[in-house]
Write a protein that binds this ligand. Structure first.
Ligand SMILES: [Zn+2]
Length: 878
């Protein structure tokens, strides 16, 4: 699965937003109570082999009416009863081998005693007739009085253990089954489920029955049911149907955002040496999805936010490809081969995250992939809560297994493994892993074993430190040059605190020394807390690169002179080394030479990631010279994703009339909508004299999908002008576009803080059916700091339609209100007011309160769902 945050159309690139959010959420959730998923695989009494699932729907009641026949085979002698997971469903009738049977239910189980104790290998067909109004697992998105034109959609989200809220079944990954899904729906609807479409037949009374059959076994959390009013587009890959679905009316957005899917299928099939394993590949985009994307076998579900408006789509460097490649990658890593328990979920998510960059590298080039990776490492280091947790862990009672380790560190580790053992060996190992475990459930040892069998390279030590251990190396580096001996003495210290699961790392590292006679590369192995390497160098070095190209997940403080950083910024071949130089130079304040060099990089570096990082850095350095260079960069007409970063950086220059004037003009007119949105956000932060009028005009004007209106609505909060209240009340009201409502609610929370009527108004939104409005309102109440909202939040906790992810979020907000922050929680000085997450090198300095605040901010800004699922957290795609 992938979290909603990752997919935001406002993001700069997937990784920063994702990881940052993961980290924030991890902290947030750690402070709250959360029912964890079961960390260890269950023992099994039976093997569920096939389920024939027939569903009808009562739309008025939002009910599912089901009949399922499970074919199972007993695994243990003496089995006296069959237990299925089943929550909130009314069981009407059960038959065992067609004979009526007794049954009992508990809160989460359906228990069917057998007539006699069964033997291992004995087979049963158990049919269950039931109905229910699912509170999770299955979601009904239907037109209502406020949104009469919304296309009807019913969709499911099984991961992690939510399938049994709409279907009594075995709801843990360590079992696999084939399915038939038979869906009877209004004749004008379309349905999508796992496997092949066998038939569509008339069912009378204006209904049709769709019959889907999946003949490749997978786990129950990967079962999917989608039905509703959709537009369909068809393509194919090597003769396999590739289909895309959009909520009715948005079908024209499918080709633009999704048409690279077959190319990705080709790339992955070729790289893995294992062809795409399912009979078709469908991607269905649904409204109000609780995740960003979910890799159901052969039929992925994604948020409809990925259907970006044609006028905006070209303003994102990789389009929606992070999401698309992530979920597609899961069709092998997650679906064909599935983690046996949630403690090994990195085997799903780490691979899917890694594969995003594999596609990026192949399609958009090395610089794009390098930048995603470089930025991801910085974000990961900024997220302290992940530090001491190993990748494989079974102690996630109070946090989520779907954290930034499973995704981003997992992806990084696979990248490092590829780099260390080489591309050929790496993919040989993956091919063997996929073939040996095809259709099976795995733990991490299956991966290391397969790699070793295929390559004869021991990866035990690698797995021990990176996967079963925690943390990552932090280096302190310096060197001297001995002119007589012609040697560079490179001193390497590992400074991470060795404790718990964090140890010293043993890592191969490439060091490049550039002198007047050119660059030379040396391979070292670092393993101690303090080591000095002597390396030959004919002349004094112009540049020494430790881990050239940035192939190790690490942080490094390299003590170099300014002139070497300047040289590195200009001359290093790889993006990571130039970007490191930008960051290092950003620590040298009041230095005209530095500002000039960053300005030069902003204008001329060949990689946009370096240009954008230079813009961020100039924004942080401040000063007249920096603002001049940023303003000049706006005349160069760089890509929209750089341009918006430049504009965001300008938002740091208070009391600079030239900046304010320029921001005003960009906000009103620019070729880039993202730059205009960033300018609207910056104006709010700067609180300039014309800001209110500019924002007000932007709210009144039309733009694609209300993109500028929403940016302006978000900006009224930071602007802090109470005159905006009537406008915000207007746009937060039911019937307005959901994105506008969430933006308005967010800003409303910051204004007239002593006005309890506003608190009441926001509190009225927490019981609405719209998930995003609800989440926005809940967070807004927490941030507003008005304790009169506590009873409404407490009442909400008692309602029966909360998704499991909402409960801890609500509790967290109640806690904030009961214990008011000492600081000013309303100061939204975050870097990403328009969702532009600039690199977070200040992440470590944030207090928990600020992180919470930022989390809230991001959640709303990004307009995404929080269940993230990626779960229970949500974490970060990508
Ligand atoms: Zn995923």
């Amino acid at each position: 699965m992938i979290s909603g945050s990752l997919l935001n159309t406002n993001r700069q690139c997937s990784r920063p937003a994702f990881l940052g959010l993961a980290a924030l959420l991890a902290i947030f959730i750690a402070a709250t109570q959360l029912r964890a998923d079961e960390p260890y695989a269950r023992s099994r009494d039976y093997d569920l082999q096939h389920s024939k699932i027939a569903l009808r729907f009562d739309l008025e009641q939002k009910k599912v009416l089901g009949e399922v026949t499970h074919s199972l085979s007993i695994l243990r002698d003496g089995t006296a009863k069959i237990v299925f997971d089943s929550a909130g469903l009314t069981i009407q009738k059960v038959t065992v081998n067609k004979a009526a049977a007794k049954f009992e239910t508990t809160t989460g189980k359906l228990i069917i005693p057998l007539a006699a104790e069964a033997k291992s290998g004995e087979k049963f067909d158990i049919t269950i007739k039931y109905e229910g109004k699912p509170t999770k697992g299955m979601y009904f998105i239907l037109p209502d009085k406020d949104y009469p034109d919304r296309p009807s959609q019913i969709w499911t989200q099984g991961e992690s253990e939510d399938t049994h809220y709409y279907l009594p079944t075995y709801d843990y990954p360590n079992d696999r089954l084939t399915t038939e899904t038979i869906l009877t729906v209004p004749a004008s609807w379309i349905t999508v489920s796992n496997g092949k479409l066998i038939s569509v037949s008339d069912a009378g009374k204006g209904l049709k029955t769709w019959y889907w059959k999946e003949s490749v076994p997978s786990s129950t959390y990967l079962i999917t049911v989608v039905a509703g009013e959709f537009d369909e587009e068809k393509a194919s890959w090597r003769g396999i149907p590739v289909t895309y679905y959009a909520p009715k009316g948005r079908g024209d957005r499918l080709p633009l955002n999704y048409s690279r899917t077959p190319d990705m299928m080709e790339l992955f099939s070729t790289k893995f040496g294992v062809d795409y394993p399912w009979e078709k590949y469908a991607q269905v985009m649904v409204d109000d999805f609780v995740a960003g994307g979910m890799e159901n076998s052969s039929a992925t579900t994604n948020t409809s936010n990925s259907l970006v408006h044609p006028k905006l789509a070209s303003e994102y460097p990789t389009g929606q490809d992070d999401l698309i490649s992530h979920e597609l990658g899961h069709q092998w890593f997650g679906d064909l081969v599935t983690c046996k328990d949630w403690g090994d979920v990195w085997l799903n998510e780490g691979f899917a995250t890694f594969l995003e960059t594999v596609w990026s590298e192949a399609h958009f080039g090395k610089d794009q992939a390098d930048y995603e990776r470089w930025n991801g490492a910085r974000e990961w280091f900024a997220s302290g809560s992940l530090w001491n947790k190993p990748l494989v862990r079974h102690d996630f009672d109070d946090s989520s297994e779907f954290d930034g380790n499973a995704y981003d560190k997992g992806g990084w580790i696979l990248y490092m493994l590829r780099h260390q053992i080489g591309e050929d060996a790496f993919y040989r190992g993956l091919k063997h892993y996929l073939e040996a475990n095809r259709g099976k459930n795995v733990v991490t040892a299956d991966l290391s074993k397969a790699i070793e069998e295929a390559t004869h390279t021991s990866v035990d030590q690698f797995f021990s430190q990176w996967v079963y251990g925690a943390g990552a190396p932090k280096f302190n580096l310096s060197y001297t040059y001995d002119a007589e001996k012609h040697q560079v003495m490179l001193a390497v210290k590992q400074t991470q605190k060795v404790e718990g699961r964090v140890g010293l790392f043993r890592i191969p590292v490439e060091v490049e020394i550039t002198t007047a006679s050119g660059p030379k590369l040396y391979n070292l192995t670092v393993s101690k807390d303090s080591q000095t390497f002597s390396l030959p160098a004919e002349f004094a070095p112009l540049m020494v690169l430790f881990d050239k190209g940035g192939h190790v997940l690490k942080s490094a403080e390299f003590h170099k002179e300014k002139k070497e950083w300047l040289y590195q910024l200009k001359n290093a071949a790889d993006l990571a080394d130039r970007a490191d130089a930008v960051v290092a130079l950003g620590k040298l304040k009041n230095d005209e030479e530095v500002v000039a060099a960053l300005g030069e990089a902003l204008r001329n570096d060949k990689a946009w990631g370096v240009r954008a990082t230079a813009a961020d850095t100039l924004g942080k350095l401040g000063g007249a010279s920096a603002s001049k260079r940023l303003l000049a960069a706006l005349d160069s007409n760089d890509k929209p994703w750089v341009r918006s970063r430049v504009v965001t950086a300008l938002g740091n220059f208070k009391d600079d009339a030239a900046v304010a004037a320029k921001l005003n003009s960009v906000a009103q007119q620019d070729d880039s909508y993202r730059a205009r949105a960033a300018a609207l956000q910056a104006l709010g932060r700067l609180k300039g004299p014309n800001a209110f009028a500019t924002l007000e005009a932007a709210v009144a004007a039309d733009s694609p999908d209300g993109f500028l209106r929403n940016a302006a609505l978000r900006s009224f909060g930071p602007l802090g002008d109470d005159k905006a209240v009537p406008l915000l009340l207007h746009w937060s009201a039911p019937g307005k576009p959901i994105d506008s409502r969430t933006a308005a609610i967010r800003s409303l929370a910051s204004l007239q803080k002593d006005n309890q009527d506003i608190t009441k108004q926001i509190a009225a939104y927490i019981t609405e059916p719209h998930f995003r409005v609800r989440m926005a309102a809940i967070y807004a109440l927490g941030g507003r700091g008005d304790a009169t909202a506590v009873p409404a939040l407490e009442a909400l906790l008692k309602s029966d339609d909360l998704s499991i992810e909402m409960t801890p979020m609500i509790k967290g907000q109640i806690a904030r209100l009961k214990k008011p922050a000492d600081g000013k929680s309303s100061a939204h000085t975050g870097s990403g007011d328009d969702g532009e997450e600039s690199a977070e090198d200040d992440g470590e300095k944030l207090t928990t309160e600020q992180r919470l605040e930022k989390l809230e901010h991001m959640l709303q800004e990004m307009n995404e769902r929080l269940k993230s699922m990626e779960k229970r957290l949500p974490s970060p795609k990508p």
